[in-house]
Design a protein around this ligand. Structure first.
Ligand SMILES: Cc1cc2nc3c(=O)[nH]c(=O)nc-3n(C[C@H](O)[C@H](O)[C@H](O)COP(=O)(O)OP(=O)(O)OC[C@H]3O[C@@H](n4cnc5c(N)ncnc54)[C@H](O)[C@@H]3O)c2cc1C
Length: 484
């Protein structure tokens, strides 16, 4: 039996962040990963000379006070990234293209161009941007949120700034309340635009997403967006190198099968043997964590586990094609005029390689990742050929990717996600935002009230690169506060 200080289940971004932070403190860390590659939903894979991203394609979180910036300052890891401007374009149902400029004033001018001169529209975006800035400021300051021990409350008080109170009433409002407030319901395609933009960042629609999280999601493009050469593997490779330099053991193809609680810690029963650890961090979703543990997790967390009906998976299409995209951005959201009935979907998302990154496709070719949501993945079945056909038609008609330029294509459903990440029902993208669940009621990092902790996109604040990086930081902060 091998011994380690902290056993970490999974090598998704949340796990990698927590492992690196512990390594900076000289703690002995062992990571168990079931896949043959690290990174989970923030990774890349190779097919027929193309490098595809496994899940995430857009990168934010490196601006001052944001999680990846704090993480890179704490570890000294130097991420080599390209800035993107404009970060994204949105293709409207009427086929007009809206550019989501990084600069908020330029974006508001673009919105005015499309929706017409409207003072309330300007005020809506100004308000969203202001709130989003407050959200990121508070998240970076309150690293022991949500509180579950007196020491967290003391830390909250210690780090309290008067401005933070502004967010409390906002949490009781949803994005739809703001649309009503500014009387924007009747603007052409406005609600579809807001809902689909929310869906990619907050995993839910205007009626469900609270104002602070909604503001952060809607202003995603107003923070610096980045691209990593080589795809998302280019983002996580520097963390993996750092772990290796600092003696962290990363065991690939080594799934954890069971975790037993012992007098002094935990026994991790993995495919390649049994490990004994003092502490445990689970970076797999809480739905999976409960299956692995032979001990009970805290009732306050257990009661919040979401069923398949409340979750999403992703239908993905990977395309290798001749030539390059003839648009200003590399990320595109396509809003459909009419739903894709098989998936009840009103949009899909397209990302291609940066034109200067020649490492991901053969010469004169490009690589594209396309994804859309699959609601209730445990119970949804659909004809993937029919959906892929509809997507290709849209891409062709909108002059994004012409059908005759396609060199290679493959598609995958929730079943591929289940294989790639082992996640329950193949659900991905994190726990969606629900208005009935306030931020302080989200799943907390303290898993069993003892020496086990939880991070990843099913916990607070979840979702996306900045969210899961912060969840990894919070798990480490709480572990340190409790035991070191
Ligand atoms: C299609 C798609 C598009 C997305 N787009 C974006 C985007 O553009 N920008 C953005 O910021 N975010 C995006 N996201 C969200 C983001 O990728 C995820 O929220 C984030 O990567 C999740 O990280 P995680 O650490 O929580 O979990 P995961 O990435 O799921 O990592 C968990 C790891 O644990 C491993 N594992 C599971 N079970 C076991 C076991 N028993 N033993 C050992 N290992 C195990 C898995 O193999 C996996 O590697 C997207 C997600 C998807 C699916």
């Amino acid at each position: 039996m091998k011994n380690t200080d902290v056993a970490i289940v999974g090598s998704g971004l949340s796990s990698l962040v927590s492992a690196a932070l512990l390594a900076t403190e000289g703690v002995k860390v062992s990571i168990f990963e079931q896949n043959y590659l690290p990174g989970g939903c923030t990774s890349s894979y190779w097919r027929k000379g193309y490098t595809f991203d496994s899940g995430a394609t857009t990168i934010v979180g490196f601006d001052d006070g944001m999680p990846m910036k704090i993480f890179s300052e704490k570890t000294g890891i130097d991420f080599k990234l390209r800035k993107l401007d404009p970060p994204m374009q949105v293709h409207m149902p009427d086929k007009k293209v809206l550019t989501r400029y990084n600069d908020i004033n330029k974006w508001m001018a673009e919105a005015k161009n499309y929706w017409g001169s409207n003072e309330d529209l300007r005020k809506f975006w100004e308000e969203m941007y202001k709130v989003s800035k407050d959200v990121w400021k508070v998240s970076g300051q309150q690293i022991q949120f949500p509180p579950s021990k007196t020491k967290d409350l003391l830390s909250l008080i210690k780090n309290f700034q008067p401005g933070q109170l502004k967010l409390v009433p906002a949490v009781f409002k949803n994005v739809q309340n703001e649309i009503d407030n500014y009387q924007l319901n009747d603007l052409t395609h406005f609600k579809q635009f807001i809902n689909e933009q929310l869906l990619i960042s907050a995993q839910n629609f205007a009626e469900e997403v609270n104002k602070p999280f909604g503001a952060a999601a809607l202003c995603y493009t107003n923070y610096t967006n980045y691209y990593a050469d080589g795809g998302l593997m280019g983002l996580i490779q520097p963390i993996i190198d750092y772990l290796e330099e600092n003696g962290v053991e990363l065991m690939l193809r080594n799934p954890v099968e069971n975790i037993v609680k012992t007098k002094n810690g935990y026994e991790i029963i993995s495919k390649n043997g049994v490990f004994r650890s003092k502490y445990l961090i689970s970076g797999v979703p809480v739905n999976n964590t409960v299956q692995l543990c032979d001990f009970e997790i805290r009732k306050s967390n257990n009661s919040k586990i979401l069923p398949s009906e409340k979750l999403y998976s992703a239908f993905q299409i990977g395309i290798g094609f001749k030539g390059k995209l003839d648009f200003r951005a590399i990320h595109h959201q396509i809003l459909l005029d009419g739903k894709i009935p098989e998936l009840d979907a009103e949009s899909f998302f397209l990302s291609v390689n940066h034109p200067e990154d020649k490492s991901r496709a053969p010469e004169d070719h490009s690589v594209a990742n396309i994804s859309m949501h699959i609601r209730n993945p445990g119970n949804t079945r659909f004809d993937k050929e029919a959906v892929a056909k509809r997507v290709l038609k849209e891409l062709d008609e909108r002059n994004l990717i012409k059908r005759d330029s396609v060199d290679y294509l493959h598609s995958s459903t929730q079943f591929s996600w289940e294989k790639w990440t082992n996640r329950a029902f193949g659900f991905v993208g994190g726990y969606p935002q629900y208005h009935s669940i306030k931020p302080w009621q989200m799943i907390d990092a303290r898993m069993d009230g003892d020496k086990a902790y939880q991070c990843g996109d099913s916990t607070y604040p979840g979702q996306g690169i900045p969210g899961v990086a912060l969840s990894g930081m919070i798990a480490v902060e709480k572990l340190k506060a409790d035991w070191f």
